[in-house]
Design a protein around this ligand. Structure first.
Ligand code: NAD
Ligand code: WQD
Length: 341
């Protein structure tokens, strides 16, 4: 029996694949390669010394998704596949709704058809909107401000309805805070297309000289230095949480949501300073107005994951900076051979 990883060529899915293989699981990976490259699949095999089936499959195509379950005995699914760029989701919402919602509906339908009812789903702290207080607890009200976030919230609700209709489903909804870092080998990591939307890949591209300076989006938030605070979590810690969630589903029926964060908040400038200290690189930056839709402060209360999953993040900010930098310096253009613009 194998674990199916959807979106397994992507940033988080590739790290999950390594973690599962290193822990003795068999895996099957599918990915449309719409935001990733085959090279990451080769690197997973290189890192683990293990072969596994990979299929270039788009979940929007239900026939293709169904075939995977015909070919392979699947016991559970880790569902990472989805589009994730907040700004782009505002420009082309229908693409996001179609890809993320239709893809997930198709996946759930073929899972049900093949009697595979264990699912670990990649949700996001974005479902908390602009929280009234921190740290954020799973029971906080859910609200979203952009189509990307809405796909996550809608999928969470779809999964709850699915469980109401058939209580044999076992579903872990994992709400990620801000995943950064990379595998300690420097062989797999985040390979953004074009200009990075997220802070850490932007910083590493400035540090390596691909971009002139960082734009700090706002210094007038109610934080110690005025810049936005987030809960940055090492991607390897994050994927370890997925293994714990899988084991939790073996013991428990139902739908349960878990925050995956460290519980510590750092500002944009905290991250910049830590990165500079660890890498001995100056990060020139300019403060510019707030980015539309951004919130001031968001960090997790990770107690529920600690108590029910037996998981907590172990790696600190320095290790996150070190590993992001190792990935960037050993792969200046990510998985791309051609130089990015
Ligand atoms: P990613 O883009 O690196 O990986 C997602 C993968 O899914 C890509 O390889 C892409 O090609 C694939 N994919 C997209 N649509 C597909 C489809 N219809 N069929 C098959 N494959 C498809 O993103 P990531 O950072 O690894 O994120 C993984 C998941 O975690 C996503 O669902 C994302 O929304 C969620 N998430 C990410 C973050 C983050 O900051 N990275 C935070 C919260 C939640
Ligand atoms: C972090 C902080 C920015 C870039 C987004 C999505 C969220 C989730 C993770 C998927 C903020 C500041 C950033 C830059 C900056 N993804 N910043 N200059 O905004 O917390 O969350 O990614 O689910 O849904 O909204 O992460 O890395 O973009 O920003 O000053 O060039 O860095 O304002 O305070 P965010 P981020």
């Amino acid at each position: 029996m194998a674990i199916l990883i959807t979106g397994g060529a992507g940033f988080i899915g590739s790290h999950a694949a390594v973690e599962l293989l290193n822990n003795g699981y068999d895996i099957v990976v599918i990915d449309s390669l719409s935001n990733s490259q085959m090279e990451s699949v080769h690197r997973i095999q290189e890192l683990t010394g293990k072969e596994f089936p990979f299929y270039e499959v788009d979940l929007v195509n239900k026939v293709q998704a169904d075939e995977i379950f015909h070919y392979h005995p699947i016991e559970a699914v880790m569902h990472f596949a989805g589009l994730k760029a907040v700004g782009e989701s505002r420009e082309i919402p229908l693409k996001y709704y179609n890809n993320n919602i239709t893809g997930t509906l198709n996946l759930c339908e073929v899972m049900a058809k093949h009697n595979v009812k264990n699912l670990v789903f990649s949700s996001s702290a974005t479902v908390y909107g602009n929280p009234n207080s921190v740290p954020v607890v799973e029971s906080f009200p859910l609200t979203v401000t952009n189509p990307y976030g809405r796909t996550k919230l809608m999928i969470e609700e779809i999964l709850r309805d699915l469980h109401v209709s058939d209580s044999s489903w076992r579903i872990a909804i994992l709400r990620y805070f801000n995943p950064i870092g990379a595998h300690e080998s420097g062989r797999i990591g985040e390979s953004p297309n074009g200009i990075p939307n997220n802070l850490m890949p932007y910083i590493t591209q400035v540090a390596i000289g691909q971009r002139e300076h960082l734009q700090v989006f706002g210094s007038d938030y109610g934080t110690h230095d005025g810049t936005g605070i987030r809960d940055y979590i090492h991607v390897v810690d994050l994927v370890k949480g997925h293994l714990k969630a899988l084991q939790y589903l073996e013991r428990n029926e139902g739908v349960e949501a878990f925050n995956l964060g460290t519980g510590k908040g750092y500002s944009v400038l905290d991250l910049v300073h830590n990165f500079s200290e660890v890498t001995s690189r100056e990060i020139p930056y300019q403060v510019v107005p707030r980015r539309v839709g951004d919130i001031g402060i968001c960090y997790a209360n990770p107690e529920k994951a600690k108590n029910l999953l037996g998981w907590q993040a172990e790696k600190g900010l320095k290790e996150m900076c070190q590993d992001s930098w190792r990935w960037q310096t050993s792969n200046p253009n990510g998985y791309n051979i051609a130089v990015k613009q």
